[in-house]
Design a protein around this ligand. Structure first.
Ligand SMILES: [Zn+2]
Length: 328
């Protein structure tokens, strides 16, 4: 698999103990390099202000670039280096998406800082520029799907495309945690009605619940929408080892979700979002490279906590709303 990555991402550092740390990417890169898997790292180029401006307001972009904005929220400080590193993250997401379209295959952007909590003129939740949204707006496709499996709702991505149908946004996330948005009734507005699909899930939801959500909603909607590319906002914080939240996907559960998306047909661009247990990050990324490439690899964290589908009732409630528009 081709993977866009840049050592510059390791220069983005918060105070010690902050969960969004360089060790996240260090662990993934080490795991890949020590594995027998077939992959190569490619260098992207930073997104230009013009490319960022397809999503973000110029006053927000300049505020970060000129270091006039110093804090997006308490846990998301802006540093003098933030602009160049975040622009590189967004640029790698664009490159990954364009490369997946050219090759018709699956490409990954191993990037930080993450992006899905960043909207047109705001950031927060460790996010500055919305990498997946910038990729969607710069990939030249008339229909683009963003599937967000981070444990948190991607409020930024949702806001950006809320009134549009050119970009379909589907999010699975834990209900009742940061940022507090992402109810099933938030379906988009105007032209975008029914093109913003939220699948909030209760604590404990994992492999069986995700199986059901993919079978009953995500796969049929994507088949009907038939996008030119699928961008995955890959948060690995829905893993049972994650310290910040309490969904319970196993590594195998993640690999299955991504393999199913890869099987649909459209090119797949996987863009890293959150995930705060470095060992789980490495396990999931190596597992999904192996899964997509059809190579053997023994993943380590495969305890299935959710066998009965603790969130299936919640998925059914969302499905009832969506079925006014989609054949489900
Ligand atoms: Zn997250």
């Amino acid at each position: 698999m081709d993977i866009y990555y840049d050592p510059l991402f390791l220069e983005h550092r918060h105070i010690p103990g902050h969960p969004e740390s360089p060790s996240r990417l260090i662990s993934i890169v080490k795991g890949l390099e020590e594995s027998p898997l077939s992959f190569r790292f490619l260098k992207g180029s930073a997104a230009s202000a013009e490319q960022l401006g397809t999503v973000h307001s110029h006053s927000y972009i300049d505020g970060i670039r000129q270091w006039r904005i110093r804090y997006l929220d308490q846990e998301t400080p802006v540093y003098p280096s933030t602009y160049s590193i975040s622009a590189m993250a967004a640029g790698c997401a664009i490159s990954s998406t364009l490369h997946s379209i050219e090759s018709g295959g699956c490409v990954m952007a191993l990037i930080r800082p993450p992006g899905h909590h960043s909207g047109k003129d705001y950031g927060g939740g460790f996010c500055y520029f919305n990498n997946a949204a910038v990729a969607a707006r710069n990939c030249g496709q008339s229909r683009c799907a963003i599937v967000d499996i981070d444990v948190h709702h991607g409020n930024g991505t949702s806001d950006i495309f809320y009134g549009e149908r050119n970009v379909l946004y589907i999010s699975t996330h834990q209900s009742g945690i940061y940022p507090g948005t992402g109810e099933a009734r938030e379906i988009g507005s105007g032209e975008g009605e029914y093109f913003n699909l939220n699948l909030p899930l209760p604590s404990g939801s994992g492999d069986s619940t995700f199986d059901f959500a993919f079978d009953s909603v995500i796969m049929p909607v994507l088949r009907q929408y038939s996008p030119g590319v699928i961008i995955v906002s890959l948060g690995i914080d829905a893993h049972y080892l994650d310290p910040l939240a309490s969904l319970t996907l196993s590594t195998g559960g993640y690999v299955k979700c991504i393999s199913r998306l890869a099987s649909l047909g459209p090119p797949l661009s996987i863009v890293l979002e959150g995930g705060y247990n470095p060992d789980a990050l490495s396990d999931v990324v190596c597992g999904l490279v192996a899964g997509v490439c059809g190579e053997p690899y023994n993943t380590r964290f495969d305890v299935v906590h959710d066998r009965k589908g603790v969130g299936i009732g919640w998925v059914r409630s969302s499905l009832d709303i969506f079925s006014s528009h989609w054949r489900l």
